[in-house]
Write a new protein. Structure first.
Length: 283
């Protein structure tokens, strides 16, 4: 929540989503947009010489914002398929992305392509920037996620940057850990936690522990983290934890915002932003 006191973050969000007040609509999804925008500004990537790839892009607002600020944006997703087909990855994004645009944008600077994030159909070293926002965790098993991370590293140019935002557990309850859910599965003869194993949780399997982030995302990518992961969460972020019950959000305060921390079962997660770079070739 303290990030929403930063004037630079608020200015970025007002640029990306001018129709809403980022102070009264504080949520982790728009925080993701701000992290990407502020980083690209900090490293001088917002110019027409930059080629950007989005993996699991959907129809996110940041795509159209970037099209007005970089030379080329390629948005890839399995449009028209998968669990997000009717929400963020409708096939119409392939046919007419301008129909999804919240504002005028340079249409010749945005391309949309059907593509599986685990197998990117681009040559090595094709892009200056690759990003994915809360998508990679939905790509399948741990190995599927690692495949996607390897592909992101492969298509990135030397000196290029990857921004991978995903879901990270800030509190993993002992009863939600893999051995505990596997034991419950055995004791209930599979009636509860049917998919649990000694190494796989049956709940929150699309949110990562810090160790899983390193093993499934950072290490397979072959890229270097630009700074250590900081999982410190300000006290006020806990004031309105969003608990999901029967698939419906139940905010602690009864108000939809702020929407920063999410509880499923007994554990809590939020967004984490991993900024990585591909070293330049040795001279």
């Amino acid at each position: 929540m303290r990030d929403f006191e930063d004037p630079a973050l608020l200015a970025a969000l007002r640029s990306i989503l001018p129709e809403r007040d980022p102070v009264t609509h504080a949520e982790r999804k728009v925080w993701e947009f701000a992290m990407l925008a502020l980083f690209l500004e900090d490293v001088g990537r917002l110019h027409d010489g930059t080629d950007v790839l989005s993996v699991g892009a959907g129809d996110e607002r940041i795509l159209f914002w970037l099209a007005n600020r970089v030379g080329r944006v390629v948005a890839t997703d399995i449009y028209g398929e998968g669990t997000f087909e009717g929400n963020e990855a409708d096939r119409s994004m392939l046919e007419d992305p301008s129909a999804q645009a919240p504002h005028p944008y340079r249409e010749d600077h945005l391309e949309t392509m059907w593509m599986d994030g685990r197998e990117l159909s681009f040559p090595d070293a094709s892009f200056d920037v690759v990003f994915t926002l809360s998508s990679i965790e939905h790509f399948g098993s741990g190995e599927d996620i690692a495949r996607s991370a390897r592909e992101i590293g492969r298509v990135l140019r030397p000196g290029g940057h990857a921004v991978i935002v995903t879901e990270c557990l800030v509190r993993l309850h002992p009863l939600d850990r893999a051995p505990a859910t596997a034991a419950i599965r055995l004791l209930t003869r599979g009636r509860r936690h049917a998919g649990a194993t000694l190494r796989r949780r049956s709940v929150l399997d699309e949110a990562f522990t810090p160790r899983e982030l390193q093993a499934r995302v950072v290490a397979p990518s072959g890229l270097s983290l630009m700074q250590p992961v900081d999982l410190a969460v300000s006290a006020e972020s806990w004031d309105n934890v969003i608990r999901f019950a029967d698939g419906e959000p139940v905010p602690r305060t009864g108000e939809p915002y702020p929407h920063i921390l999410v509880q499923i079962s007994r554990s809590v997660f939020t967004s984490v932003c991993l900024v990585l770079e591909r070293p330049t070739a040795a001279r």
